[in-house]
Design a protein around this ligand. Structure first.
Ligand SMILES: Cc1cc2nc3c(=O)[nH]c(=O)nc-3n(C[C@H](O)[C@H](O)[C@H](O)COP(=O)(O)OP(=O)(O)OC[C@H]3O[C@@H](n4cnc5c(N)ncnc54)[C@H](O)[C@@H]3O)c2cc1C
Length: 249
């Protein structure tokens, strides 16, 4: 339990972000109110058990690191690595599935532009404050690589508009100082709970129940609050409470 344990904190949004925030607060000894407007928690994450196997409606894996592995172990969730065959990713270009979608001069431009900076001036590739994924790609990789490599690759993960996705949040970790990086785990690359992503959200929910967290559909005024909502929902939630912050979203 941390020195400042025992506070009551409300977390707005019961998706993966909110469940994680609530879980770590409860683990530090705080009393949590988890506020979710829908009738289930987990948000976008949902695992469907189909005759063809498990199907995920959103994220199907997590990047492994020490914290992810420790948290899963504490929750009694077994993580398994991605099957090698599933690691092969293809990008559709000109009607064909390609592992590397740049051709001829575009491939040369990408390599000659990016490789020297990557090897000798890595920090120049570091995302700038407020830079979007699209702007970062055009600045650092060039237009072809942005359109045919970066955006299809990241869209499969973040399912968002590249001009609105934050480059520093998504790519910043690759440029972080070594001491700020999360420590690698035992497993490398992507990992997933054996029973699908909902196994993790259900386990967090069970832990919160055991710890006496309160599950609510409406927020309580004047409580310390963590907003764990996607930006449009966060902007709506904050509109009357913090208009400037809401407008900045
Ligand atoms: C097809 C697809 C594939 C993806 N693949 C990957 C992947 O491989 N790797 C990866 O890292 N990510 C992936 N993602 C993204 C990842 O799934 C999401 O970023 C993540 O699940 C979002 O979680 P969240 O808690 O931020 O938001 P959400 O899941 O949207 O949860 C927000 C919650 O807040 C609730 N809410 C909204 N407004 C209010 C309010 N006013 N009061 C109370 N509650 C409110 C909602 O009902 C919802 O439950 C993918 C997404 C999709 C769609």
């Amino acid at each position: 339990m941390s020195a400042e344990a025992g506070k009551t904190v409300q977390v707005i949004g019961g998706g993966f972000a909110g469940l994680c925030a609530a879980y770590f607060l409860a683990r530090q000894g705080h009393h949590v109110h988890l506020v979710e407007k829908a009738d289930r928690r987990g948000g976008l994450l949902r695992t469907l058990d189909t005759p063809y196997g498990l199907v995920e409606t959103a994220a199907n894996a997590l990047l492994s690191n020490e914290l992810v592995e420790e948290t899963a172990a504490e929750l009694g969730v077994t993580l398994i690595p991605t099957r090698p065959t599933a690691k092969k990713r293809f990008i559709l270009r000109d009607g064909k599935l390609r592992r590397f979608p740049l051709k001829g001069p575009a491939a040369m431009r990408f390599i000659t532009r990016t490789a020297p900076r990557f090897l000798f001036a890595r920090q120049s590739l570091s995302p700038q404050p407020g830079e979007s994924v699209r702007n970062w790609g055009e600045r650092c990789l060039g237009e072809d690589a942005t359109n045919y490599l970066l955006i299809p690759g990241l869209s499969g993960i973040y399912a968002g508009e590249p001009s609105s996705l934050s480059a520093s949040l998504i790519l910043g970790r690759f440029f972080a100082n070594k001491k700020n990086r999360v420590r690698p785990g035992r497993l490398r690359g992507s990992v997933a709970p054996k029973g699908g992503m909902e196994e993790l959200t259900h386990a967090m929910h069970r832990y919160l129940e055991q710890e006496g967290a309160e599950f609510k559909s409406e927020s309580t005024p004047n409580l310390p609050t963590i907003v764990a909502l996607p930006p449009p929902a966060a902007a709506a939630f904050l509109e009357a409470r913090a208009p400037d912050l809401s407008a900045s979203l």
